[in-house]
Design a binder for this molecule. Structure first.
Ligand code: MN
Length: 453
């Protein structure tokens, strides 16, 4: 298991999956141009060594293939199914982090006015973004009752020590902040860049006990040892000791400012949002730090590869507890690994797919379309799923539209106040009455075509 980002980078370099970009790169869209290309061709991770305006190298494309995501999760073979199994086992168990006295992430400390975000290689992702964004940091927050939370948010740089942080409405960290705000308190939050490579992936898990769950416990179980953490220098939050860069700050109560737009994981510019502000109190880092960026774009981009396993593992565990008939789930790339889910079931009663759909809308994933199929369908094959819809659906009976759901800033089709609607498509055969048989010809599998091996 990789105990820091650098160990993972060494391994990728040996495999030819990490390449240096030495020519001068523009932080305005230059880095993202390279990342978009490498995501598109399933290329290597890129280390931009010469980004104009900063001495700090910028790393991206770390998750630009499903195999590298599996490797990042500690699966040697790079097989996604194996990595998903490992993450599922880790979600069942949980190993809490351990606090250590010191760590490399505080080798360099910029405190007070020294903590100037302009000293970091802040990049602009796309031409019409509202400004430079930090969109790859894992936010570590703490709540007096609910405990720790890990999550990723787009953060617009507003000034040397000021960041906007955008939320979707069901975010746990937002709920932590609203609780603090009701008491007139700021909320301490640390933005962690370049922790060991499983941390951003695990931050996307939904722990079994919801808002009371600690994603860092899942990270510990997955890595086979507690995650070593150090206390921040200026706020009451612990962060991974081996992280490359940590931005410490406080979310200010009673303050909102418009931020955005931002080139989102939907492939569109996400709308502007009236978002809370973070006052930066310190920036700490390893010596010779690496600034890690995760590329967002029209799917498939690395954000989709990164979210696939944690989203599917979390949703499967959740929905299977309610509906034991669920066999497998798949979030489709075209549905940005968020809006569209296909669920395979061994149906126990006729209206079960509708109930499953309603439960799916109750998660904070942002699901808009649930297709429920029988377990003879390969849910990862779009042709097979469409065949089920073509041959097992009558729209007047098998579709249910749910209006007025809460959506997120990512969805360009959402209405004012992020209102969306959802659809359940019951593409299962009716239960308890005969249905025409699927044709199979015995011997086809075993048949050997002369001359074809
Ligand atoms: Mn959480």
């Amino acid at each position: 298991m990789w105990t820091d980002l650098r160990a993972f980078l060494d391994a990728l370099r040996k495999k030819g999956e990490l390449v240096d970009v030495t020519e001068s790169t523009d932080p305005y869209c230059g880095v993202t141009a390279g990342l978009q290309k490498t995501c598109k061709v399933g290329g290597p991770a890129l280390l931009f060594r010469n980004v104009r305006g900063s001495d700090i190298p910028v790393l991206g494309g770390l998750y630009a293939t499903p195999e590298r995501v599996a490797l990042a999760l500690g699966c040697d073979s790079g097989a996604a199914t194996q990595a998903a199994k490992a993450l599922e086992r880790a979600s069942e168990k949980g190993v809490p982090p351990v606090r250590v006295d010191s760590g490399p992430c505080q080798e360099i400390c910029w405190l007070g006015d020294q903590a100037d975000l302009g000293r970091l290689p802040i990049i602009t992702h796309a031409p019409d973004d509202g400004g430079g964004y930090i969109a790859s940091a894992v936010a570590f927050g703490h709540h007096p009752v609910h405990g720790r939370n890990l999550s990723i948010h787009r953060c617009m740089v507003r000034g040397p020590r000021s960041l906007s942080i955008a939320f979707n409405s069901q975010s746990h960290l937002l709920s932590y902040f609203l609780d603090a705000e009701r008491e007139g308190r700021p909320l301490d939050v640390a933005q962690v860049i370049g922790a060991e490579p499983l941390v951003p992936i695990v931050s996307q898990i939904m722990p079994d006990n919801g808002i009371d769950g600690d994603e860092a416990d899942v990270a510990g179980a997955l890595r086979g040892a507690p995650l070593p953490m150090v206390r921040c220098r200026t706020i009451d939050v612990d962060v991974p000791a081996a992280a490359e860069i940590v931005i410490e700050g406080r979310m200010l109560p009673g303050v909102r400012q418009m931020e955005g737009p931002f080139a989102e994981s939907s492939g569109y510019y996400g709308q502007g949002k009236n978002s809370p502000l973070i006052e930066v109190t310190a920036i700490t880092m390893r010596s010779e730090p690496i600034y890690h960026v995760i590329h967002c774009g029209k799917p498939p981009s690395e954000i989709h590869f990164m979210c696939q396993i944690p989203t599917e593992v979390s949703f499967h565990r959740y929905i299977r507890r309610l509906f034991p008939s669920v066999v497998a789930v798949h979030f489709t790339p075209g549905g940005i690994v968020q809006h569209h889910v296909v669920v395979a079931i061994r149906k126990n009663y006729n209206q079960e797919p509708i109930n499953i759909g309603l439960a799916a809308f109750g998660t904070n994933i942002g699901i808009k379309q649930v297709v429920v199929v029988d377990d003879d369908i390969d849910i990862t094959d779009p042709v097979d799923v469409e065949w089920a819809i073509a041959t097992r659906v009558q729209a007047d009976e098998d579709l249910l539209v749910i209006p007025r759901l809460a959506g997120g800033p990512v969805d360009p089709s959402s209405r004012q106040d992020s209102v969306v609607s959802g659809v359940v498509i019951d593409a299962t055969r009716p239960w308890g009455r005969p249905y025409p048989q699927v044709v199979t010809v015995p011997g086809a599998e075993q048949f050997r075509i002369p001359g074809v091996k």
